[in-house]
Design a protein around this ligand. Structure first.
Ligand code: GLA
Ligand code: ZN
Length: 682
């Protein structure tokens, strides 16, 4: 793991600042004004061509790059760079009309009409051929252009198609994965409800008008969708790899979008990017929301092992598709943008540069509003942020190597969501985020990884609700703990295998030995129900309060584990609620119930002290203040951020720092303004 990564492209050793730019929507007379405004906004990178297919190929086989040539030249002349997109996210009408097979088929097996975007078949040979052709033309034309910096594959790959081509590809995928129908029937437990398959041609993708009760099928379909999307992307990417081997490639992800397992896509990209649209100033307090956003930023940093990512899209003001499109309050633009940087982004980019005049995004936030000038609050916010980024060159390429990893796993999420029981809302993602929050509040950096990632280098691995345990995972967790690591697992772990078949022989299945418990049953509680857990006197973690347990309470037997807390009431009063198992040189904790935040706070505070977990700053962080770290292994950059709508005071102690944003020396009692940010260099 390098201490410091090179910039995204060696051409530009600075933060990228800019946004989705659609000059194709505007007359050429506007373009020179765009360039003038970009300079004023301190922008240096524009994402172009994202939905421009109809302008690039107005009729089949007739390409027109003249307008894009001029845009690329204008960017280069103005010392700006292009994040150049392949246009497959939306296609020209002639393409759907001539080749209806490119139109996506819904799960109910109806074929869509032409319209909107992100609605093509990923398998269609015609669509693949057409996207490959336009990618080839783009790469041939711009491969040596000085403005070309990064390739932006398509836009937000998503969704699924249920056409016959996709169904056939799915059958082939299943044959390849399972080999024989016997193996498939076994893995999917198809004797249930007489669902045994006797011919491959009987297999259909899950559908609301057909099969949806075989979990192995549902899981396979989701895996197939990811693989087929990757396959499509690689097809579209091949000419770029061949013609521009030195130009990095990305595609914009959507946070924890459940439709694709981003861990399977990441290895095919050079740099990760994502589109972040939090609901600031909404029903959830900003400081709680900030923590959930931080969690997703950390996933994106981890998708390539700590390599800085790109914030490809964010709104400079409001997001028009939200039920309430609230404006970002003064200061929030700067704060939310620098929060991405604080967690490892080397860019701040927007949707969109210039607000559309018509159609469904005409009211979406943009740097340049319909007024068309620099004289707007939002424009000034963006320009101010651009100036901040220009002061942070030393931060480009830096990263963090946390002591703690929280496991959030897509396949596990799929399997948990599909299961009927022990309650409808099982809350896997919010549970992972609640555990994460205990560290966020203390300024302890955290990686967020899936269950297949290497664990060496961590002191603590927290794997909430590890319902699915795929082959090899238990062995790696055992090796980690044996070598001195600490594992925290919870209720509803070790229940199913990689095919969504229950582990036999006692839960938590393959984790039973490591955790030293047998999890016999799980009780689901109604929303008003509450139990409590009572720490044992003199427990090694120093826990001394009762805590609330709600929603899910596992009934466990301590085998080799020691009991640290017990349930207070109900028929399982006095049964173990928190255990620890010594295993090799390490320890494995089991939290048997869904406990309140006070428990998570105290429990992880005790572990943080015991394990001496690295912190961004040695300071007690008041509520709503977050501190993160980026380092090149030599210099440390602590980002101190106030997500409260009021100023906050923090005591930084005797150490002295320079705030890179203001150049001021900072020490001792320090006031952070409302939504204030400091970048403290040592
Ligand atoms: C997504 C898309 C953009 C735009 C924004 C609006 O992230 O990628 O094209 O539609 O949403 O928020
Ligand atoms: Zn299809």
């Amino acid at each position: 793991m390098p201490e410091r990564y090179p910039p995204i492209h060696p051409k530009c050793p600075h933060f990228l600042h800019g946004g989705d730019y659609n000059p194709d929507q505007w007359p050429e007379a506007v373009w020179a004004e765009d360039m003038r405004l970009m300079k004023l906004a301190h922008c240096n990178a524009m994402s172009v061509g994202i939905f421009a297919w109809a302008r690039l190929e107005p009729a089949e086989g007739q390409f027109d790059f003249s307008w894009l040539d001029r845009i690329m030249d204008l960017l280069a002349d103005n010392e700006a760079y292009a994040v150049l997109a392949t246009p497959s996210g939306a296609r020209p009408a002639w393409l759907s009309q001539t080749y209806p097979e490119v139109l996506r088929v819904r799960p109910d097996r109806g074929r869509n009409l032409h319209g909107v975007r992100h609605n093509h078949c990923f398998t269609s040979p015609v669509y693949r051929e057409k996207t490959r052709l336009v990618s080839t033309k783009l790469a041939e034309r711009y491969k040596d252009h000085p403005a070309l910096l990064v390739w932006h594959m398509s836009n937000e790959y998503s969704g699924e198609c249920h056409c016959d081509l996709c169904r056939d590809a799915f059958r082939a995928w299943l044959q390849n994965r399972y080999g024989t129908l016997d193996a498939l029937n076994q893995a999917w437990w198809t004797t249930f409800w007489a669902h045994t398959y006797t011919d491959w041609s009987q297999l259909e993708p899950p559908s609301p008008i057909g099969e949806r009760s075989v979990h192995g099928l549902n899981l396979s379909w989701k895996r197939f969708i990811t693989d087929q999307t990757v396959d499509f992307m690689l097809h579209e990417m091949a000419p770029l790899r061949e013609l521009t081997p030195d130009v990095p490639i990305t595609t914009n992800f959507m946070g924890t979008y459940p439709g694709l397992n981003y861990w399977m896509i990441a290895p095919h990209l050079d740099v990760i990017s994502w589109d972040s649209y939090p609901r600031w100033h909404g029903e959830q307090p900003d400081h709680e929301l900030a923590c959930s956003v931080a969690f997703v930023h950390d996933i994106n940093r981890c998708l390539k092992g700590g390599k800085p990512f790109m914030l490809m899209e964010s709104t400079p003001s409001m997001t028009n598709w939200m039920s309430v499109a609230k404006l970002k309050r003064p200061g929030m633009h700067r704060l939310s943008s620098l929060q991405a940087v604080a967690h490892g982004s080397d860019t701040v980019q927007y949707f969109q540069w210039r607000k559309s005049r018509g159609a469904s995004e005409k009211f979406h936030g943009a740097v340049v509003d319909h007024v068309g000038t620099e004289d707007s609050r939002v424009f000034r916010d963006v320009a101010e942020l651009g100036q901040c980024l220009e002061k942070l060159d030393d931060v480009v390429g830096t990263t963090v190597h946390p002591d703690v990893a929280v496991v959030y796993d897509w396949e596990n999420a799929w399997a948990i969501d599909d299961a009927q029981g022990p309650r409808h809302e099982k809350g896997y993602l919010p549970t992972c985020q609640r555990h994460y929050r205990a560290f966020w509040k203390r300024g302890v950096p955290v990686d967020v990884i899936d269950m297949d990632q290497p664990l060496d280098g961590y002191k603590l691995v927290v794997a909430p609700m590890l319902y699915m345990v795929r082959p090899g995972v238990a062995e790696r967790l055992e090796a980690f703990v044996e070598a001195g690591g600490t594992l925290v697992a919870t209720y509803w772990s070790g229940i199913v295998d990689e095919n969504d078949l229950c582990h036999l022989g006692g839960f938590p299945g393959p984790l039973r030995k490591l955790l030293g418990i047998w999890d016999e049953e799980i009780d689901a509680l109604y929303p008003g129900d509450v139990n409590h857990i009572v720490p044992k006197d003199g427990n090694a973690l120093g826990l001394c309060h009762e805590y609330e347990a709600r929603e899910l309470c596992a009934l466990v037997h301590a085998e080799s584990a020691h009991v640290l807390a017990r349930y207070k009431s109900d028929f399982y009063a006095k049964r173990p609620a928190l255990t620890v198992n010594e295993f090799g040189s390490g320890e494995a904790y089991y939290i048997a119930s869904r406990n309140d935040d006070a428990f998570l706070h105290d429990f992880y505070a005790a572990l943080a002290t015991r394990l001496r977990l690295q912190r961004a700053l040695i300071a007690t962080l008041p509520e709503g203040i977050s501190a993160t770290l980026r380092t090149d292994g030599n210099r440390h950059f602590a980002f101190l951020m106030n997500f409260n709508s009021r100023p906050a005071t923090i005591d930084l102690g005797p150490a002295s720092y320079t705030d890179l944003l203001t150049g001021r020396t900072i020490t001792g009692e320090t006031v952070l303004h409302t939504y204030g940010v400091m970048v403290l260099a040592d």
